[in-house]
Design a protein around this ligand. Structure first.
Ligand SMILES: O=C(CO)COP(=O)(O)O
Length: 137
């Protein structure tokens, strides 16, 4: 079981809900996290249980970033809005940076998200199970 996070900016939330709904059987095998509003929207439309953090502008990206920093997060689907300025852009950049620090698979658009979920179905994330297994206490 992997830790997977969903984050979507406002104009990408419908796309996120459609995406997660389409792959609900895949995602239900994992432990799911999200920023506040994204998680509410997904839970309205699916049977999935999602651990919701704060809304993005209130620190949700940072809370997910904390899990990335400790190498606990395995996959992040972050549907960003590239055409709209966000008040919490420093938080967003910090999260993306930490994904690169730890080498965490991160999709920032739906095309990459599709490829990563197919890799997940195929078992390509097995190396992340090993990261958890051999994580120093
Ligand atoms: O702003 C966000 C990520 O940067 C998303 O936050 P919400 O899911 O609470 O809308």
């Amino acid at each position: 079981m992997l830790n997977i996070a969903f984050i979507a900016h406002d104009r990408k939330k419908d796309e996120m809900v459609n995406f997660v709904t389409a792959y609900e059987p895949v995602f239900k095998e994992h432990k799911l996290y999200s920023t506040g509003t994204t998680g509410s929207r997904i839970m309205e439309r699916t049977e999935l249980t999602i651990n919701r953090f704060m809304s993005g502008p209130l620190g949700g990206d940072q809370q997910i970033g904390a899990m990335v920093a400790t190498n606990e997060m395995d996959l992040i689907i972050f549907l960003r809005d590239p055409l709209m300025a966000q008040p919490h852009e420093p938080d967003i950049n910090a999260l993306l940076r930490l994904c690169d620090v730890q080498g965490i698979p991160l999709a920032t658009n739906i095309a990459t998200a599709e490829l990563l979920v197919k890799a997940l179905q195929r078992g390509d994330f097995a190396w992340r199970e090993l990261v958890h297994k051999y994580k120093p206490e």
